[in-house]
Design a protein around this ligand. Structure first.
Ligand SMILES: Nc1nc2c(c(=O)[nH]1)N[C@H]1C(S)=C(S)[C@@H](COP(=O)(O)O)O[C@H]1N2
Ligand SMILES: [Mo]
Length: 300
């Protein structure tokens, strides 16, 4: 395994998938103890018990398939994910259309269990499979002077029924500063629980930036551009007062319409207590350096 993060663990550290599920069922009443503690692994990971496959694949935000949490699971089967290619262009040495299979053949797939925090103040823990975005950018060769990376989702209203409505300006677009994009925590996910990424979670390839609000983690990517200008982003375009370019998880910067100090854990049950939201979603040690000297109230 190439990287081990204090705040995550790979499932190889814990137990294989079937044993994992059995253990999870066995655990029942010991939920507070945490899966990692049961398996005798690192204590820091004890609070990172992954959500179930069911929870991760039926409670989604993917407005291309509708705005309800269960719409993506109902409608995303219409999406054709093969053939698939990703255009990489802009300030790169090797621009072009990269076939999904070519990308997969060139990348090392690993597993990472990350916290996932939506700006709507709910959260999950997801065991992703995928590769570091940096490895894909290295494949294309980022040129000197580049400062940002932009991403674009597929536009195909025949298959993405939500694109027939103006809930957002299509296609969905996102962006990162280059140093954020190259950070070793930033990944492209191609699977969950060792299985192919379900369409509703952004097949065949979606971004995962665990210290930012979920909407930065753009799904079903068809285009990546390396640029020297801050790119437009969908939610910022929709409401710039509520959604900034950075959108780092920050319990001290409230959304204009709700507090970001706490979060509701999906799967926690009806009477579960909200838990405190952590600075940078718990990845402060790894990423705070990216924002040294920046006013995070202003650059929210
Ligand atoms: N293309 C696209 N990407 C998207 C979205 C979307 O509507 N369209 N929703 C975002 C939001 S708000 C969240 S919280 C996450 C949800 O990811 P999940 O459904 O895998 O949990 O996807 C993000 N990526
Ligand atoms: Mo979200």
């Amino acid at each position: 395994m190439a990287h081990r993060w204090k705040n995550d663990l790979t499932r190889d550290d814990v137990t294989p998938y079937d044993a994992f599920l059995n253990r999870r069922q066995l655990m029942g009443g010991f939920a507070g103890l945490g899966l990692a503690a049961m398996a005798g692994t690192k204590a820091q990971a004890a609070d990172l018990e992954p959500n179930t496959w069911e929870e991760i694949t039926t409670y989604n935000n993917f407005y291309e398939f509708g705005t309800g949490k269960d719409d993506p699971a109902k409608n995303a089967h219409r999406l054709t994910t093969s053939p698939w290619s990703v255009t990489i262009d802009g300030m790169v040495d090797r621009p072009g259309d990269y076939k999904f299979e070519e990308i997969m053949a060139a990348m090392t797939i690993e597993e990472r269990i990350y916290r996932f925090r939506c700006v709507e103040a709910w959260s999950m823990v997801v065991p992703w499979n995928g590769f570091e975005l940096k490895d894909l950018l290295d494949l294309a060769g980022v040129q000197d002077g580049a400062k940002y990376v932009s991403f674009e989702t597929l536009y195909r209203p025949d298959e993405m029924v939500g694109q027939k409505y103006g809930s957002l300006d299509w296609p969905y677009v996102e962006g990162l500063r280059l140093d954020e994009a190259l950070h070793p925590l930033t990944m492209m996910a191609t699977g969950i629980y060792g299985k192919t990424l379900p369409n509703q979670n952004g097949a065949p390839m979606r971004l995962v930036v665990p210290w930012k609000y979920g909407f930065k983690s753009i799904k079903s990517i068809v285009k990546i551009s390396v640029t020297d200008k801050e790119p437009p982003t969908s939610w910022n375009k929709a409401n710039g007062r509520e959604y900034g370019f950075y959108s780092n998880v920050n319990p001290e910067v409230d959304h204009p319409r709700w507090s970001q100090a706490t979060e509701r854990q999906i799967g926690g049950g009806l009477f579960a207590k909200r838990i405190p939201t952590l600075m940078f979603n718990g990845y402060e040690e790894e990423v705070a350096g990216l924002y040294e000297g920046m006013d995070l109230q202003r650059f929210f």
